[in-house]
Design a protein around this ligand. Structure first.
Ligand code: ZN
Length: 66
């Protein structure tokens, strides 16, 4: 779900489910679409549940070092 729909009720600097609403749109970490929602845990901007999930999948299940 897009965060612009899911967290539309948030005001600037309000937090819900670990997502903070910022002021200026910045590129989503995964798809580069502009978003004002930032995941506090990863300290990274995301535009949707899907992008955030993909980020964590890459983080935990991505290519191993060895
Ligand atoms: Zn995205």
């Amino acid at each position: 779900m897009k965060f612009s729909e899911k967290f539309n009720h948030l005001k600037y600097l309000e937090v819900d489910e670990g997502i903070l609403r910022g002021l200026k749109p910045v590129p989503c970490t995964m798809c580069q679409k502009p978003t004002v929602f930032i995941d506090i845990c990863a300290e990274a901007p995301f535009c949707s549940d899907e992008c955030m999930r993909d980020f964590y999948i890459q983080m935990w299940e991505g290519p191993s070092e060895i």
